[in-house]
Design a protein around this ligand. Structure first.
Ligand SMILES: [Fe+2]
Length: 463
């Protein structure tokens, strides 16, 4: 056998170096992403006191401390316990306390009793986070490629899971603070200057943008991360429709209230009418009328309702009733995805630190936004605030796409088992991370829920 030439040896060594550096780069990217997301959760809590972090103001709300520990439990349960030989949990009881709903992962504490867990303390929950972060860091210090192939998709899922909990942490602490007559401030409105705040006279009315009938591809196209509920990608017929150029504003919603919309059964679904009467709703969550003026509790304090901001914290029932009153309807999720497929993913997200929807564009800024651009179709140029600000209710029930199968095991419980009695929301909100949202992203809530940043974009049939 002839020995390899110097040239062959150096080529092989170069190839190995290249593979090694590609593998290292992949690990570093993953580690950076993991650390960045974990730090951002901690940064969101920076202004909170321990007393803030333990309150559960209603069964849907989880205490901040629980979010901190549960997101950590996710990485411990689905990565460390599975992939670290001989791993032993420091505090095994956390598996019961901080499992949310994964039956295949074991028993769990009752959701509505999370506010009664005074121990572990907030400090202990933070120590738990630091300990698991350190274990993950060790695991990522030198994994071989086959281990990395197994860990990476679960770690990425855990990162997106934590981003979902960052949003819940924000909306939950808002609900907690809203119960306090002292109106605590989560973040002073330091970034208020970034708001576009047209006065009512210059606010541009929404327009309806027409879309023709077509067959489109719906769902995740396969590149990058997506939840299983966004697949399989499939063809769907979308009939002609028109979509409003922007979300409905507080000012427009006030007209519905002033027209006695909450007291007129003709606009409401039967279940909605029952709910609105049982709950005695007469305005969006967090609105209070003082001396004839509507005030709004926000994460930056209690202040008069700004008529130019998108209305938010409304249920599906209220969104549907408003649409009926306005002579329109809510879009289907297929219509929404079709419209959004031509729009860039930009907007007011959690990274902008407003923690509140930004005002709709004034007439002049809407003209500027609508300037011709070679990349964008004429219809899409006129659609604004599709992403960020407020989740937009659709009239689509949350159900599986054709061919959907939930994955086996505990992680298969992430989405599939909730496909009943909920409606799909699209587009993300001011509490969603920019790196978390997609055009195909399907959020879902029961129709009576109001504590998320949920809003309205109208649609209508042609003619
Ligand atoms: Fe969770």
């Amino acid at each position: 056998m002839s020995s390899p030439s110097i040239e062959t040896v150096s080529t092989t060594a170069a190839a190995e170096r290249s593979l090694f550096s590609a593998s290292q780069a992949r690990i570093e990217r993953l580690r950076d992403r993991f650390q960045q997301i974990r730090k951002f959760t901690n940064a969101l809590c920076a202004g909170l006191e321990p007393e803030d972090c333990v309150v559960q103001s209603m069964p849907d709300v989880s205490p901040t401390k629980w979010h901190l520990a549960h997101t950590t439990w996710f990485f411990e349960t689905f990565i460390l316990k599975k992939f670290v030989p001989g791993y032993r949990a420091e505090i095994p009881e956390y598996a019961y306390l901080f499992n949310s709903y994964y039956n295949a992962a074991g028993d769990m504490h009752r959701r509505d009793l999370r506010g009664l867990i005074s121990r572990p303390t907030v400090n202990e929950a933070q120590r738990y986070r630091a300990s698991i972060d350190s274990h993950i860091d060790n695991l990522l210090s030198n994994p071989d490629d086959s281990l990395l192939d197994e860990i990476e998709p679960i770690l990425v899922l855990g990162i997106h899971h934590e981003q979902q909990h960052q949003e819940l942490l924000i909306t939950d602490i808002k609900h907690v603070f809203a119960q306090n007559p002292l109106h605590p401030v989560f973040r002073p409105s330091g970034n208020d200057g970034a708001r576009r705040r047209p006065d009512v006279a210059t606010r541009r009315p929404y327009q309806f943008i027409d879309f023709e009938q077509t067959i489109i591809e719906i769902g995740h196209e396969g590149r990058g991360f997506a939840y299983d509920n966004e697949s399989p990608r499939h063809q769907a017929l979308v009939l002609p429709f028109a979509l409003a150029s922007r979300p409905v504003t507080n000012g427009e919603y006030m007209a519905f209230i002033e027209d006695n919309g909450y007291a007129r059964a003709e606009f409401w679904l039967s279940l909605g009418w029952m709910t609105v009467n049982e709950q005695r709703w007469d305005a969006p969550l967090y609105w209070t009328k003082c001396d004839g003026t509507w005030w709004n509790f926000t994460l930056s304090g209690f202040r008069p309702v700004d008529e130019s901001e998108p209305v938010t914290h409304i249920s599906y029932f209220e969104a549907d009733a408003y649409a009926n009153w306005a002579g329109a309807r809510l879009p289907t999720e297929l219509e929404w995805e079709r419209a959004a497929s031509g729009c860039p993913i930009d907007g007011n997200f959690v990274e902008d630190e407003l923690f509140h929807p930004a005002a709709v564009p004034s007439a002049s800024s809407a003209e500027a936004l609508a300037k011709p651009d070679a990349e964008t179709s004429p219809q899409h140029r006129h659609l604004v605030q599709i992403f960020g600000d407020v989740w937009e209710w659709t009239r689509s029930s949350y159900s599986p796409y054709p061919g959907y199968r939930a994955a086996p095991g505990a992680l298969g419980e992430y989405n599939g088992k909730f496909m009943c009695n909920q409606y799909v929301l699209r587009g993300g909100s001011c509490a969603t991370s920019r790196t978390h949202i997609r055009r195909t992203y399907r959020n879902f809530f029961q129709p009576e829920k109001r504590w998320q940043f949920t809003g309205i974009r109208l649609a209508r049939d042609p003619g």
